[in-house]
Write a protein that binds this ligand. Sequence first.
Ligand code: SAH
Length: 219
Amino acid sequence: MIDFKQGIGMTSARTRDRLVQRLRDQGIRNKAVLEQIRNVPRHLFVDEALSSRAYEDTALPIGLGQTISQPYVVARMTEALLDGFEGEKVLEVGTGCGYQTAVLAPLVKNIWTIERIPELLRRAKQRLRELDIYNVQFKPGDGWKGWPKYAPYDGIIVTAAPDVVPEKLLQQLAPGGRLVIPVGPQGVQDLVMITKCGDHFEQVSLGAVTFVPLVKDNS
Ligand code: SAH
């Protein structure tokens, strides 16, 4: 049987290759990450009406006022998280449509992911199952609190921006663990990588990014 989806120009291998080349040109070096960007069918994570734009390096709406992150930013954050990564456990805050989760899942042993909008979480869960991704646990809830039950985590990746680094996320990092998070006011934030070194934290800035806010629920 002919797989027509594969045949559609905008989701074709060549379109994906072009995206990967673009990310390489912008400095993404990790081969496993680039391979994941090539393999994960991003067009299945956006509305069908937008699928022709799925392999552009741009953020797109996913409904309920949220967005799927730009592939460059997903690649950059994944690369930063995995650089020198030792360990197995990753916490993700801000599941959204699950694209970042799908890129990361085959590269680590286990992911625990939190999303505050239950309907987005439900759809993400379904999509990841359809893609045969089974090493992810999902939870509706407030990412400011982390997920203490399975802490500590070797890596924490946050795909919405708080104005300050949530204390509870720092507390849930394992020794040597790493937190990759955009921090700052709405509009433009600084993407930072924080590593837990003994009893202190080391912070490196990875550049300017734009994310939706990490909403503070008053509960
Ligand atoms: N990672 C997604 C992008 C998610 S956009 C991707 O790959 O495309 C950011 C997500 O964070 C949104 O879905 C939003 O609902 C969620 N979010 C915002 N504040 C949150 C909070 N306090 N706790 C958990 N999720 C939150």
